[in-house]
Design a protein around this ligand. Sequence first.
Ligand SMILES: Nc1ncnc2c1ncn2[C@@H]1O[C@H](COP(=O)(O)OP(=O)(O)O)[C@@H](O)[C@H]1O
Ligand SMILES: [Mg+2]
Length: 276
Amino acid sequence: MANSPIFTIDGLKANVEGKEILKGLSLEVKGGEVHAIMGPNGTGKSTLASALMGHPKYEVTEGSATLDGEDLLEMAVDERARAGLFLAMQYPSEITGVTNADFLRSAINVRRGEGNEISLIKFIRQMEAKMKQLEMNPEFMHRYLNEGFSGGEKKRNEILQMLLLEPKIVILDEIDSGLDIDALRIVAEGVNAMRSEERGFLIITHYQRLLNYVKPDFVHVMMQGRIVKSGGPELAERLEAEGYDWVKAELGIVDETVGQDEEEFKIPMNTTAPKY
Ligand SMILES: Nc1ncnc2c1ncn2[C@@H]1O[C@H](COP(=O)(O)OP(=O)(O)O)[C@@H](O)[C@H]1O
Ligand SMILES: [Mg+2]
């Protein structure tokens, strides 16, 4: 339904290897909205993506996440994907022995459900059309998933998956990293083509440049495992111009990262080892 919340995160806390990384994060995404989550490295952005997708290493300890009113955290990873959650990963995995085409067709069929599988002809037509849209070489269809792909090719391949799977909630984790300006524009056009009242986006990014092409409705700054500031597109522009220091100063944050061992900080980073 247009403009009702499709995705709600409330007070989410998560641990990685016993350390608390997400410290109570809340966010609501309505149909048609694009939310950007920006923040320096090590502030928990990828942890948020992994915890939402159900990566077994990330243990949710408190809070809730619902997709179309259904409890996401109760679902297994494949059920989350079936329900319409999609994550384009910051570091996509290479899977030898599984061709890109086989992987995509299986993923589409799982999403469509039993008895509603896509015909081979229709699948090939769709895949060819979307690859053309992303200016991908057709030979990537028959290559093993991400194997030997450059950073930029992996990112385009993640967007290809998004286009074919037609998710309800799209999480893009640093999709802009490793992309040259032409690839960035192509990826952004792919995202813009998918914007609709039935779909919401969470665009996680360190830099503002992708947001020149994909205009967000809301911009959130993440530090210390939570959202510390929210605004409109002008917030991203200010971060681009001035960096993150003014946010830290405004909020009295000294160290924006999360989950580092306190011990590590007792040793200044710039000291050289003593010579004996
Ligand atoms: N799989 C993991 N194993 C151990 N530590 C992790 C793992 N994932 C994240 N962390 C830790 O959580 C903190 C936040 O990392 P991350 O979520 O990747 O931040 P960001 O994406 O904002 O750069 C870091 O201290 C990182 O080392
Ligand atoms: Mg990250």
